[in-house]
Design a protein. Sequence first.
Lengths: 161, 161, 161, 161
Amino acid sequence: MQMPQALSDAALAAASKEARAIGVPMNVAIMDVGANLKAFLRMDGALLGSLDIALKKARTAALFAMNTEAIGEFCKPGGTSPGLDATNGGLVVFAGGIPLHDAGGIFLGAIGVSGGSVSQDFQVAAAAVEAARSAQTEGETEWQIIPSGGQHPAVLSSEQS
Amino acid sequence: MQMPQALSDAALAAASKEARAIGVPMNVAIMDVGANLKAFLRMDGALLGSLDIALKKARTAALFAMNTEAIGEFCKPGGTSPGLDATNGGLVVFAGGIPLHDAGGIFLGAIGVSGGSVSQDFQVAAAAVEAARSAQTEGETEWQIIPSGGQHPAVLSSEQS
Amino acid sequence: MQMPQALSDAALAAASKEARAIGVPMNVAIMDVGANLKAFLRMDGALLGSLDIALKKARTAALFAMNTEAIGEFCKPGGTSPGLDATNGGLVVFAGGIPLHDAGGIFLGAIGVSGGSVSQDFQVAAAAVEAARSAQTEGETEWQIIPSGGQHPAVLSSEQS
Amino acid sequence: MQMPQALSDAALAAASKEARAIGVPMNVAIMDVGANLKAFLRMDGALLGSLDIALKKARTAALFAMNTEAIGEFCKPGGTSPGLDATNGGLVVFAGGIPLHDAGGIFLGAIGVSGGSVSQDFQVAAAAVEAARSAQTEGETEWQIIPSGGQHPAVLSSEQS
């Protein structure tokens, strides 16, 4: 099942709200079950270097359907999988990446947050996860209905970009 | 000058609205003057392969402060700069990437749109450019004021992520 | 705000002078707030392997608006963010990269120095930071005024490279 | 023989002067015979996307000891070496990269210029080449003499960064 925009919108809005509440501008990335980017926002004043970290946290959590810090357990000194964090083009294995589920508990992807302390990043991501679970995603498929008098989507036309 | 979120929000909203109006789901990417990602959205049903195209269109237009198709003129057969499109990690040189300016005409970055035909991509990007020019960006710096009772941003704390 | 060349010139000159004073040839890199290269110099006799280190120090300090060694605190053994140094294409997290500000305290980018001991690298970078703060950057916009009798910049001409 | 800074300084100064004379801000990169960066400058207002092009022009001309447009002859349609431009991490094969020689005709590296039209880029690079040939590089080795009372360069010390 694909992640509906209604869910990523709700997650992004909740993350922004939480970030503003604690006074820390954040980078927020949301990826779907294919670990492909669905939505992203760099809030005003958010650290530029955290852009890549937010993306990699979302990617890590989406790839393993697990919190980023849980992945870190496998590759910490003495762990079962040394170097795991160097796979997949580089994982980020500290807190701030969390899987996203819908109201029915279906795994739909993950969010990654970076810009504050690790605990602040986690707090903002957790707020987004909660919002995603409550997101109203009914009626989303209306989008793909061709409006009366409208043109058929050209997504498969020969002029496709 | 950094691109304020108020501007990228306005551009993204206008692009989404235009995409819905023509019935074609789009990938929309917005980058700042340093060609770093500010905001991104993959609308429901938008082609996955257009994700990278939208990012590269935004990057191309931001890097050269020019429409993507204008860059294409330089590297088309017989153009002055063969292979230009292979620089900068790969440019996209057909329409759908346009520079963004604020109400005062200041260049602040660029938008890249992909998912429909080239002309549809351009149409959606153009609607966003227009909205960006009219965006209300006053008062944006309020964000960085610490809310009363709030915590100081922890970006310099020892717990930095 | 973009970093004016007057500031990078002043920083580079001060770094060179300090390097000569201590008798250690250095690689010196300066990046703007978008972490894009503004200026670079490899002094005669400077270690070739330090070229990449200087670039990465400047990039690291620009991305996080923080000294490179401060970033190192987060990813050292027992730190909050293991593997942070592997993000953003590879950070350098020992001393020698320092943010640059203008006379008004505006953050404009960073300098990275490598070629000597870590303490020497830091010393040279610090001298540059001090010079940047005192740099005379007034009148910089004159550059973009077309000189009388001069040609209009061709950056938007059809012969663009 | 290594490229002395006196030569790269002279080339960079001449390029800047020529760029100002024609009113087009440029990116200027200088590489040595090992195709490693010696000096770089992004003038105020120079196109960000030309940064990579200037670097690749300098690299291309340094790697082949030949003007960049001459390399282009080999890989143009019908040329002897199709795809040559895709080697070495990506060459740039239009004008603006030129080898640098000293007064004695010794090949010491190359300069790459980008930011204007191809002919403007070439003009600025050519001015730098001329200046390099006339550069006063005598006495450069003085740099490596330890100043009386000074410390020995620490470049090989165990604290090397």
